[in-house]
Design a binder for this molecule. Sequence first.
Ligand code: AMP
Length: 620
Amino acid sequence: MFSLLSLKKKLHQVLCLLSSLINPKNRTLSSSSSVSPSAFDSQKSESVKMLEKLDEFDMEKSIEDFEAMTKDAERVQRKTLKKILEENGSAEYLQGLGLNGRTDPESFKACVPLVTHKDLDPYIQRIAEGDSSPILTGKPVPSFSVSSGTTQGRPKFLPFTDELMETTMQIFQTSFAFRNREYPIANGKALQIIYGSKQFKTQGGLPVGTATTNVYLNHKFKTTMKTMQSQCCSPDGVIFGPDFQQSLYCHLLCGIIFRDEVQMISSAFAHSIVLAFRTFELVWEELCADIRDGVLSDRITEPSIRSAVSKLLSPNPKLADLIHGKCSGLSNWYGLIPALFPNVKYIYGIMTGSMEHYLKKLRHYAGELPLLSADYGSSEGWVGANVNPKLPPELATFAVIPNVGYYEFIPLRNNSGEQPVGLTEVTVGEEYEVVLTSVAGLYRYRLGDIVKVVGFYNSTPELKFVCRSNLLLSINIDKNTEKDLQLSVEEAAKPLAAEKLEVVDFSSHVDLSTDPGHYVIFWELNGEPNHQVLSECCNCLDKAFVDVGYMSSRKVNTIGPLEIRILRKGTFQKILIHYLAQGAAASQFKTPRCVGLNNKKVLQILCGNVVRSFFSTAYD
Ligand code: AMP
């Protein structure tokens, strides 16, 4: 446990360490890094500043606050709702609902309807067009987040306010405080594989970026990262570079330059980390060459990225040889991360939900290093923090922080159509859809996520993320969610493991152009299995959908044989790049797990890259 005293002691140790680092006669810590003298100096002053800031974040207090709030979750929820409604009482949206100044949950539920983004869109549009009167919030909305759009097929605008930024930092700090108790990290850096998206302005002149971009751009992000000893290795030129692939390459390069200092590897969603190290497998020799010569590869053509990274590079043949030797000594890249970064304590990012598929590969790269799953939130607002960092990602839970928003839960039991219940009224073992009232002008907003209550932390529920609420695959009476698809793919991929092959990524489509309609599952693989193995996988996949509606429909052929379509290597990268071109951020990218006819371009990419296809004979 961290007491303030032990924190101070640690500070002292860090100070001693720093003074040895600053002493030019003793630069042992960065002996293998190719840091240029000017970079070294700026690092030095950054480190000193970091120490000053460290004093400002009291981890013990953060835990104490969390304990106090969660012990009194119901009262804190009432207070939070009151605050939200008072601050936004003048908003036209609320004014029209007859609350007449009442701020209690009962009146709130009686007057304010449950909504989706579609219901609020006309209000959001007016704000975007430049109407600065109080529409959804009391204070004018300063900027917007644009959601990744991978779930709906089209991006959504959402208000991004200072209050939302505050809650973001609060949740980051809370989970860090719990994480650091179990896995303390010393003064160092983080290889944060993060990317800013393209930014633009609305018709009314308000800035728009993805939620992560809005966070990374905010000065509070950098300060908070410093206090959490998680300062990013890469300069802003890399994070906000205009070309995602060039940024990715430079993140890897910066990570290696600061390899001795890197304490953790992180990203918003685990997909980015896996993609980064998959790319490393392809470019490692080029990275070594850059380090050896101190000259950035020609592949980096963007001036902003080149100039930011060139400042950090100077010839370092010793480091290049070291990395070359480490990589050559690995078997099938197992344990790549600890080999590259000897002082990394853990890997951190969202690894639940649609990210679970990437865990296998991540574990392979991580070797023995722990994988810590990050918090649960969305562009709309935050829901819960992972305060049990020792749980493996498959079991990760999120404790709802009762002062971050006002939360309700729609019970899903038997599709009962029951009214939402309050935060402290949920039942362990039940599944719910999350409804959020946020500090940023969303009232009783259906997030579209399904969670399961797995326990309570004091009096606040601990949630497990289940899946998005919209059904992915349904032809008649069958119902298969994102989670069902993921589990089925996992099961069906087992025959591949014997061949040392894996599913790099996957998606699906309901094909109604055949009669009867059938499920199409797209797989990108890292190699080429023989026909027999793929036929086996296909039958296995068909049988792995154990939903009663699906099985009975298959038996009587009202759903046709499942089809696996094998994609050309790199197809999912093409999909990522397609989304980026539309303004999405690589940091928030989630592979669309089901592609409908309305998502023409992505369906075209998938269908245009099929190299082989197989139909199941499992029900013949
Ligand atoms: P976006 O606003 O585009 O970043 O997407 C937010 C969505 O990502 C949420 O509504 C969830 O569906 C998903 N998500 C966010 N955090 C997690 C998490 N910790 N585990 C699983 N899914 C998550």
